[in-house]
Design a protein around this ligand. Structure first.
Ligand SMILES: [Zn+2]
Length: 241
């Protein structure tokens, strides 16, 4: 396995389909970095309106509630800001509109590191689960935005001409793939912060004790592979071009 130097970013952007996705995948890493003075931002692509089993809940109420939960979680891990897009939950596709929204934020905050899901993670035979189509479509849109759309001035020319957003080159892409990874970020000291941030998503996580036990087990198994107590795992891609 390739041995990477530790990342020392100044600005990072994490992008996901739904509120709570990033708490599961990257919040320990983000909490660690913000404690070191890194400026960190989230971009949530969908309105989160379908995330309930309560048949009396209105989609608009879900959107409002889940945004509040995401903002509260962001405060716990020290985010500088959370950006919300309004693409409909459950129907996200890798369209030019989604890619433009992501490219706009990349050009605005100018991250060294962008974090997202690995779009090639479609299902898990081991766990008997399918990775939500929004996760996959959103992640593919992030990759397309990092290269070439946010980077090249002739892509979305109005971003430069009208919004005065200069193109931006991202240095590293960290893609969450729980089963296939080449990089583990040591988050041992921030495991509890991660759990606090997850607990802010009350509407999605009814039993935080069970979630904590599951993550403790999973993150420590991966931790052993990288020589730490708890890690968050990624496919790390350092972009040379
Ligand atoms: Zn999700």
């Amino acid at each position: 396995m390739k041995v990477f130097e530790q990342l020392k970013p100044k600005v990072v952007l994490a992008v996901a389909a739904h509120p709570d996705d990033l708490e599961f995948s990257v919040s320990g890493t983000i909490a660690k970095w913000t404690a070191q003075g890194v400026k960190a931002y989230y971009l949530i692509l969908t309105d989160g309106s379908k995330g309930t089993e309560d048949r009396s809940a209105l989609p608009s109420d879900m959107t409002k509630l889940r945004r509040q939960e995401q903002i509260a979680a962001g405060e716990i891990i020290g985010l500088s800001d959370v950006f919300f897009e309004d693409f409909e939950d459950g129907t996200l596709e890798n369209t030019m509109a989604v890619k433009k929204a992501i490219s706009r934020i990349i050009r605005k905050v100018k991250p060294d590191v962008v974090l997202c899901m690995d779009p090639t993670f479609i299902y898990s035979l081991e766990r008997g689960m399918i990775n939500h189509s929004d996760h996959r479509a959103g992640a593919m849109a992030v990759i397309d935005s990092v290269y070439p759309l946010a980077r090249d001035h002739l892509s979305f020319p109005d971003l430069l001409e009208k919004e005065k957003l200069e193109p931006h080159k991202v240095k590293t892409l960290l893609m969450t793939n729980f089963e296939d990874h080449n990089y583990g970020e040591d988050v041992s000291e921030f495991f509890n912060t991660k759990i606090k941030a997850l607990a802010a998503h009350e509407s999605q996580i009814p039993n935080i004790e069970a979630t904590t036990a599951m993550l403790k087990n999973f993150m420590s198994i991966n931790g052993k592979k990288y020589g730490f107590q708890y890690v968050e795992v990624f496919k790390r891609l350092d972009l040379s071009l």
